[in-house]
Design a protein around this ligand. Structure first.
Ligand code: SF4
Ligand code: SF4
Length: 453
């Protein structure tokens, strides 16, 4: 329909050019010998397994599904034999998983037929295929006002459009047409896209006259659902029925419908200066993370699963890749104290303040390590946390209220609207764990609410 002018939001931070960034190429990981496929994704309720230990399964076969067809079905990501159904650790959370040992053949099956001419099939049939393929497309399409495609990535060491869409551009456009047909005609489809991807923006503009294209500055946390919706539609997160999906889901829609291939894999990013094989890896769901690394020794390194700012530190890389995991970052631990760090010019220092030379030499790669700011010190009221906060809170004040048990005052100052982006903790020169303290305040309030209801 139109290309909107470049948008952004107040606050945020551009991490820019970092040491340890991945090489821009995709490698396909060899088929694993064994996968652990969780029966739950997106922290939504677990689905029951419909296979038993000893069953032979094919790649793409449904192995878990709920009776009401509400949660996405779970598929076998390799062919072989079910050897166990047991709990696995999912980086802090436990879920039941189906364990499959490979037969080395990668024999495929599907619970529906491929439809190369998707135009000829009904909206209901398209929705049925999208659901059974596990593409992550929501079931209640008739109630949706807006569908937003998230095509901007802003955390350090993240995916990008060239990697996900790149050579698959025609399939991406077809995937968008499939979604358009599957939706209610009144539903508007928007894409929030990195404004540097000019070629992709031009192709989308020429190919799809119904698509609302919103070029966005790639500033963290522009891709957070709350910030994305506010920037694109100028609405709060709960004000209309809007669903946000990512670009991989659009590509999956194409492969599911046109090629009859359910979702059994994904691309994840491997970044950080603690490893040499930095890049993008095509991997089957359920593959243990450790299988990606050639050097499996992670001693004296910090492994972070999920985005590096909001992800979780993880010492056990036997956890499987799930539909929710997009990245694995490995950083060398740095416990060294920097002598007189405040008088160093900081050519390689990533900082929110403009007082380091890195702000006038953006092309020099910046260091990103585990000892970014030295030791914990008292607040110096520099105000950086407030300037960076994308939802316009005063993190230092919320931190004071929470740590002094003044939760009513914290709530009045907007504590519950914090989106856990972690930027306040990152920019604080005194290394105060602002987000962590704010999160603990929110947890106490939620627990009190539950007890009183
Ligand atoms: S974690 Fe919360 S308070 Fe801190 S910057 Fe993000 S939204 Fe603001
Ligand atoms: S960034 Fe840290 S030091 Fe600066 S005002 Fe916020 S809490 Fe205080």
């Amino acid at each position: 329909m139109s290309i909107k002018k470049v948008k952004t939001f107040k606050g945020g931070h551009n991490f820019g050019n970092l040491l340890g960034s991945p090489e821009n190429e995709v490698r396909e990981l060899e088929l694993p010998n064994k996968v652990f496929i969780p029966l739950k994704y997106n922290h939504i309720r677990e689905v029951p397994a419909i296979v038993e230990v000893g069953d032979k399964v094919k790649t793409g076969q449904i192995i878990g599904i709920d009776d009401k067809n509400e949660s996405s079905p779970v598929h076998a990501s390799i062919s072989g034999y079910v050897t166990d159904i047991c709990p696995v650790n999912l980086s802090g959370e436990e879920a039941k998983a189906v364990v499959i040992e490979s037969d080395g053949k990668d024999d495929w099956t599907s619970s529906y037929e491929s439809k190369s001419n998707f135009e000829s099939i009904s909206k209901e049939e398209l929705n049925r295929i999208l659901y059974f393929s596990g593409s992550g497309f929501p079931a209640r399409v008739n109630e949706m006002d807006n569908l937003i495609i998230r095509a901007v990535y802003t955390q350090p060491y993240c995916l990008n459009n060239e990697i996900i869409i790149g050579k698959d551009i025609d399939n991406f456009v077809t995937g968008l047409c499939i979604l358009k047909k599957a939706l209610n005609p009144k539903t508007k489809i928007h894409i929030g896209i990195d404004n540097r991807d000019e070629n992709l923006i031009k192709i989308l503009y020429k190919s799809l006259d119904w698509l609302e294209i919103h070029p966005l500055k790639p500033k963290y946390p522009q891709d957070h659902p709350v910030i994305l919706k506010k920037t694109l539609l100028d609405e709060s997160f709960s004000s209309s029925s809007t669903v946000i999906i990512d670009t991989q889901s659009v590509i999956h829609a194409y492969y599911s419908v046109v090629e009859g291939k359910p979702v059994v894999g994904k691309i994840i990013v491997l970044g950080g200066h603690g490893i040499t094989e930095r890049g993008f890896v095509k991997i089957r769901i359920g593959t243990p993370l450790i299988c990606i690394l050639s050097n499996k020794n992670i001693k004296d390194k910090r492994c972070i699963v999920g985005g590096i700012i909001t992800g979780k530190e993880c010492n056990d890389l036997s956890i499987p890749v799930t539909r929710d995991i997009d990245s694995l970052s490995i950083l060398k631990e740095n416990h060294n104290r920097e002598f007189l760090s405040f008088i160093r010019p900081g050519v390689r220092r990533d900082s929110f303040s403009t007082s380091f030379l890195s702000s006038i030499f953006p092309k020099i790669k910046k260091r990103f390590d585990t000892n970014e700011k030295g030791e914990h010190r008292p607040c110096i009221y520099c105000n950086y946390c407030e300037e960076a906060c994308p939802v316009e809170l005063m993190p230092y004040l919320l931190n004071n209220y929470v740590t002094h048990d003044m939760l009513d005052e914290a709530r009045e100052m907007g504590l519950m609207t914090c989106i856990d982006c972690g930027l306040c903790t990152y920019v604080c020169p005194c290394k105060i764990p602002l987000m962590e303290n704010i999160q603990s305040g929110k947890e106490i309030i939620n627990e009190n609410n539950q007890e009183n209801s």
